[in-house]
Design a protein around this ligand. Sequence first.
Ligand code: SAM
Length: 261
Amino acid sequence: MDKFRHKKSLGQNFLHDETIINKIVSSIKLNPNDLVIEIGPGKGALTKKLQEFNVNLICYELDKRTKPYLEKIQSYKTHIKYQDFLTSDVVSDIKKIKYKHLYIVANIPYYITTPIIKKIINSNINVEEMILMMQDEVANRFSAIVGTRDYGAITVFLNYYFQIEKLFEVPASCFNPMPNVNSAVVKFSKRNKKILLKNENVFFQLVRDSFKFKRKNLKNNLKNYDLTLISKVLKEFNLSLENRAEEISLEVFAAIANNLA
Ligand code: SAM
């Protein structure tokens, strides 16, 4: 009988459904010379499946009580670090391994979804694809299409870095213990067409300000900006200052920002 006591404070909802575990791992095409970072391996449900592809693995697990499970599956290609992913030196860790492509796979605690993604972006580690489990509501926001209710500043920010696709929903019954929110798996892929910005800070501030009051249009949210210039750019895309931020695509935000920069 397994006596492991799950810690809610560490978001410990372990996956036990083989079909879902298989679906997550097979959503990326792995080769033995690739490197996969797994965040929060827990008792190794996803780790064991990843090992079947003979890939290089670095796993970051905060809870040392998982050692008896993870030590059993450690190998010369599977490196387990009992550390907080958020404060770990990922750049130096991956430098020690020779690999072709870098992937990230994680069933992470939902309350650190955004800090984890921010850390990955700020580390600048050239990730090919990442497959992340998250709260379904958050998955909908990250992958929202322009003009829909879920489309917001976070959608625009993340889509600047990645192409984002919600792959499938995961019923609570696939976890032990069951989470009290719905879950979904999301794929983040390196953008094949990079959005070129003259000044990232101008773009980030513009997006933040545009979404400041969700019900207001651009004219009201961007009062302190050069509205004549913005209006001119919007016109090129058949849009106007009467539109709301949720109707403005990433490409249009980038075009406005590049004119303001
Ligand atoms: N991957 C396993 C699975 O799918 O069954 C466990 C997933 S569980 C949702 C999340 C795991 O992340 C837990 O094992 C927890 O201890 C670990 N964890 C929580 N915060 C962490 C952090 N900051 N860095 C690394 N691991 C963390």
